[in-house]
Design a protein around this ligand. Structure first.
Ligand code: SF4
Length: 188
């Protein structure tokens, strides 16, 4: 979930995916199954079996992480199994989300993804007021994001140049020495 993917992100406020949820569409499903105690292995297994067949499993997991929903089984993962993913969410960089935002879709972005949108928009010359509309921030804030993007790009370029220079300096040019008969030892 935290890596790049071709999964189409849900747009914010769109809850229609829940109509396809296996836990809603499977007759006789007890909602309590999805809120087991950590040692209730039978209920955990039953919930996970249903999640494994669910056509919106990925969207369910994304929604739980983005809404900070830490209770119950979501997207086939228990509360404990989701813990680490909740902590990593701020660092998620998913280019399907970044591209969807640049194309005008209202999708959830992590902090890292918002910065990537600003960087890409800056590099492609999108005006600050357009970025403000895409990210739903003020024009002043969009300008601040552009200043940050400019610094980041300049810093990256400086580092790239420095590393290239360093690499060029450290490549040893060792002359090939043809061993003399006496360098080969007595076994030769
Ligand atoms: S993945 Fe989510 S929506 Fe699907 S069955 Fe499991 S809890 Fe329900």
């Amino acid at each position: 979930m935290l890596s790049a993917t071709t999964h189409k992100p849900r747009t914010l406020g769109n809850h229609t995916w829940q109509n396809q949820a296996a836990c809603h569409t499977t007759p006789g499903t007890n909602p309590e199954t999805f809120f087991p105690e950590p040692d209730e292995m039978d209920r955990i297994r039953a919930a996970k079996t249903l999640c494994a067949q669910c056509p919106v499993r990925r969207t369910c997991l994304d929604a739980a992480l983005e809404n900070g929903d830490r209770d119950g089984i979501r997207g086939g993962l228990t509360e404990q199994e989701r813990d680490a993913l909740h902590s990593k969410l701020a660092h998620r960089v998913d280019y399907t989300r970044i591209n969807a935002t640049l194309a005008g879709s209202d999708v959830h972005l992590s902090r890292a993804e918002r910065r990537a949108v600003a960087r890409d928009a800056y590099q492609t010359g999108i005006p600050a007021d357009h970025l403000a509309r895409l990210l739903k921030v003020t024009v002043e804030h969009a300008k601040k994001l552009y200043r940050h993007a400019a610094r980041e790009i300049s810093h990256r370029n400086t580092n790239t140049n420095t590393n290239t220079t360093k690499a060029a300096k450290t490549v040893p040019i060792t002359p090939v020495k043809t061993p003399a008969r006496t360098d080969l030892g007595t076994a030769a």
